[in-house]
Design a protein around this ligand. Sequence first.
Ligand code: AMP
Length: 364
Amino acid sequence: MNEALTARPGMTVGILGGGQLGRMLATAAAEIGLSCHIYAPEAESPAFAVAAHRTCAAYDDEAALAAFAASVAAVTFEFENVPAATARFLAERIPVYPNPDALEVSQDRLAEKQLMTELGIAVAPYAEVAALNGIYSAMARTGRPAILKTRRMGYDGKGQAIIRTGDDPVTAWRMIGEQPAILEGFVAFEREVSVVLARGRDGAMRAYDIVENEHQAGILARSTVPARVSPDIAAEAVAIGEKIATALDYVGVLAVEMFLLPPGSGPRLLVNEIAPRVHNSGHWTQDGCQISQFEQHIRAVAGWPLGDPTRHSDVVMTNLLGDDIAAWAAIAAEPGARIHLYGKAEARAGRKMGHVNRIKGFSR
Ligand code: AMP
């Protein structure tokens, strides 16, 4: 532990982004005596309500960014589409964790895939599609069905279009807004899993148990721990996550989403995506572990020792999307359930309004 660089109790950690992840980070920080300064451009940011300090300004407002940097011991971010230039501007003034290079890799699906390939980590067959005329040679590489994904700014299934046999690829190209993209072969996975781990400033790493994830329309619907995977697969998933974190000289919580393939001749795990932040598939840790992913991330960023990630309960985490939140009172009354709501005013379809962690085998 480097005392000089540590954010001691009473000090402030800066967070770029004001969504629910920033909100839960700020709450976790408060529980260990740290304050948070949330920097977000949207006045309605859910994290503002629970933060000790707030700046509502654009990500390219250098005066506001400089004042923000001067007010905190370290900076982190809660979503990966913070402009890399913003992270770099801040990094010249104050430690930024994870580092801007890690942020930048995760912002570009092509760079991310290339890094995995360099590290010898298996991914789905893919090809770059820089312009429409590249789509045909890409399809020859991936076969069909395939998924066209924008290189940048895609999340929760946005910026994606499936191309099936017989489909006109021009339709998919238009659907994603005619932007630089990658084409990915469709993976017939057995299930989806993720590893959520933390790496401290000293390089120490602690992984949570592997999570099994179910998506609907590209959005995470449910996460279950323990995942139905063998100890060998679980160990392999953690090793993949650790390899990525080490290669990126990463500090903080990192999530790696993976496809588990049925047994066959090739690798069982393919990396789909990395998230350089706390992740929806780690929300179960709030009620299944002594130290949640949110506190763990704050600890890493603040230079504290990492906490024990051991799971003490089996948990099913269900997202409350859009109108699901209407059932809040019934969920709040359920034995063994803990509801987490994000304080968002408007329940638009598919919008993440909250989640519920249900402890399995709970009895009164
Ligand atoms: P992503 O935005 O890349 O995380 O994709 C969202 C979800 O779409 C994933 O969690 C999968 O359920 C599905 N998906 C994405 N890429 C593929 C693929 N190459 N093959 C099969 N399903 C995919």
